[in-house]
Design a protein around this ligand. Structure first.
Ligand code: 89V
Length: 345
């Protein structure tokens, strides 16, 4: 297969990093971009050296006939845009969360599968350098069987400055950040048997919840606590957007500490090693660990177009979305939700 030609939909904050990520990879090129207006699309195409620009996705797909469509827009538009791709049998790569409703996400994934058109989610968090190292260490059995872990993403960072639409989401932290961190939970510890969640809203100026605590009981029997907050309070340690973790196993523990240090303690010793993300010149230094994870995620997705195995398929991502929406159900009802009963994979 020769060079893959893709078209991008979206010209906002995230689109330029997504584009820069693709450009780190061989045999893939962006041939066109579609924006909300002719002017936005023209400006983005001019700045980024993309040969063609459109304000209408259907026209772009018809004229450019891309090998795939990359959707980098706000969540509200994902479903409609992905369906326009599907109607022309164009494979789609989409940002997370795929769709802000579980039944609609399920229908979308089902319809792509029925037409045998690939649908992938750019769920990049699990591709972060230190998280891949933690996974390898767990798989090597360094700390024995994991029985409990805490995974945190707690930040005072003014996330709404770069992504103002997040202020208006009725369901905020669990959809935007929880989709990443709950996916990390599945990536590191396997599938979930049941969960319990509490949410809080501490910022009057936003619509949705900005604090969430989720307690997961894994199929393995391990207990995982996920703590999320964008409370904009002064924090002693400001390490946005780093994920911190403390993982207890029968033979030792792993700690993912600030600034990408992993401390491994076994009967023999405690060893600390640093796994910083690769720094790309195009990355925003405040988002280094996230922006660098876009590249291996996209590389894995590209391998899917060539017959390889993709981790973050639409189908796989449904299992993460089930956790997100089960967490809202639990927060509403005050009850734990049994995911195995819901037919969770
Ligand atoms: O990566 C993202 O999805 C962003 C962030 C979680 C960093 O705010 O929305």
């Amino acid at each position: 297969m020769g060079k893959l030609r893709f078209a991008m939909c979206g010209t906002g904050f995230w689109a330029r990093y997504q584009l820069a990520g693709w450009r780190e990879l061989a045999d893939v090129e962006c041939v066109a971009v579609c924006g909300r207006s002719q002017m936005e699309a023209n400006n983005f195409a001019g700045d980024q050296g993309i040969p063609a620009f459109y304000e209408d996705l259907e026209t772009m797909l018809k004229r450019e006939r891309p090998d795939f469509l990359d959707i980098v827009t706000n969540v509200d538009s994902h479903e409609e845009l992905a369906r326009l791709g599907l109607a022309r049998l164009v494979p789609v790569v989409c940002q997370k969360p795929l769709v802000a409703s579980l039944p609609r996400a399920e229908a979308l994934v089902h319809d792509f599968a029925k037409s045998d058109v690939p649908l992938f989610v750019n769920e990049n968090w699990r591709w972060q350098t230190p998280l891949r190292e933690i996974k390898k260490s767990i798989e090597r059995g360094t700390i024995g069987k994991v029985f409990r872990a805490r995974v945190d993403m707690i930040s005072g960072f003014p996330v709404f400055a770069n992504q103002p639409f997040l202020r208006d989401l009725e369901q905020f932290i669990l959809t935007d950040l929880g989709s990443h961190i709950l996916d990390v939970g599945r990536f590191l510890f396997g599938e979930v048997r049941s969960l319990y969640c509490q949410t809080q809203k501490t910022l009057p100026e936003i619509r949705g919840e900005n604090v969430a605590t989720v307690l997961l009981t894994m199929v393995t029997g391990a207990t995982i606590i996920v703590e999320l907050a964008y409370a904009q309070n002064p924090l002693e340690r400001e390490c946005f957007p780093q994920t911190l973790a403390f993982i207890e196993g029968t033979e030792g523990s792993l700690e993912l500490c600030p600034d990408y240090w992993i401390r491994t303690t076994t009967k023999q010793e405690t060893v600390s090693a640093c796994y910083p993300p690769h720094h790309y010149v195009w990355a925003d230094p405040a988002y280094d660990v996230v922006h660098s994870s876009i590249v291996p995620c996209q590389s894995n997705i590209l391998s899917g177009f060539r017959g390889g195995q993709v981790e973050t398929t639409g189908e796989d991502n449904l299992n993460t979305l089930k956790l997100v929406f089960a967490a809202y159900d639990s927060a509403r009802s005050g009850q734990a939700v049994n995911l195995q009963k819901q037919g969770h994979a």
